[in-house]
Design a protein around this ligand. Structure first.
Ligand code: PPE
Length: 272
């Protein structure tokens, strides 16, 4: 990640180093915030409206009322890129509950909204795209849908991903793969997963995952190329014998997987 000059902070553009917050912010203590991850390519923000739609939906699920309109945040995002001179970058909108009442009930504490934009290269390591990554099934399960709301990018939810990611890296892998409550494959710590078998693509149903916007692009691209694609539950052994596996996500883009639990996948090279 490379620092940029300006951050949009509660209605104003402020210098990166001045975009600070109070230590008694509710969001800091209880994870009461929601965020998005968006990329821009050559100055065009990729599916911006879909990302802001999900941002507002996340906030709705979390019971957070964002005090700006969607159109306003979209316009400020474009302005932020312009002010920072950024064309290829990652954009991080965040809304979180601020200081005031402490304790579980956030009361009427102010809702803070920020948008940051910065350069962010390959998410899963330098060689991820050319060689594919090595994954390990995590000892942490993907959180249960009735405990945490998996369709929502709620800040606090991400402790599940942080635990799994750290464990995988400490054990020498590039990324963790989480199973759901019932033992089926769910997703990576920040990516959806696809398997290819006999020329057909399968991905997990939306039940326990974040409904990725890149995932939706994969459906569209497969459709355009007449490649059969469907949502289907699958188990970890189906991963081992898949012809190809890849991940999708805004940060990860499309990343090939070359190994799961030390088993080589398909031809050991990124597939078509
Ligand atoms: N699952 C999870 C849990 C997830 O966080 C992401 C995005 C996805 C799937 C893919 O969704 P989409 O980006 O709409 O295709 N993860 C974001 C956060 C990454 C981070 O490290 O922070 C992202 O890719 O921006």
């Amino acid at each position: 990640m490379k620092e940029s000059k300006w951050i949009w902070n509660n209605g104003k553009f402020v210098l990166w180093k001045n975009a600070t917050t109070h230590v008694m912010s509710h969001g800091l203590h209880y994870g009461t915030g929601v965020f998005e991850g968006i990329r821009a390519y050559s100055g065009s923000v990729f599916r911006m409206q879909d990302h802001y739609r999900r941002f507002f939906n996340s906030a709705k699920v979390a019971g957070i009322k964002i005090p700006y309109s969607k159109v306003n945040l979209e316009a400020r995002t474009l302005e932020l890129l312009y002010k920072n001179g950024l064309k290829d970058c990652y954009i991080r909108p965040l809304a979180f509950i601020g200081e005031g009442s402490i304790g579980i009930n956030p009361g009427s504490n102010k809702i803070n909204v920020i948008i940051a934009a910065f350069e962010w290269g390959t998410y899963l390591g330098k060689e991820a795209m050319s060689k594919g990554i090595r994954m390990k099934i995590s000892s942490f399960k993907r959180m249960s849908v009735n405990s945490f709301m998996t369709k929502s990018k709620i800040c606090g939810n991400y402790i599940n991903s942080v635990l799994a990611k750290r464990e995988a890296l400490e054990q020498g892998y590039d990324e963790a793969l989480l199973l759901d409550d019932n033992g089926y494959v769910s997703e990576g710590t920040g990516e959806n997963i696809f398997i290819v078998k006999n020329g057909k693509i399968e991905t997990t149903p939306v039940t326990s995952i974040l409904e990725g916007i890149t995932r939706d692009c994969v459906f569209k691209i497969a459709g355009d190329n007449n490649i059969p694609i469907k949502e289907q539950k699958f188990t970890r052994d189906e991963l081992y014998i898949a012809d190809e596996i890849f991940l999708s996500g805004t940060a990860a883009e499309i990343t090939p997987v070359r190994e799961v639990d030390n088993r080589k996948i398909g031809s050991k090279k990124p597939g078509k």
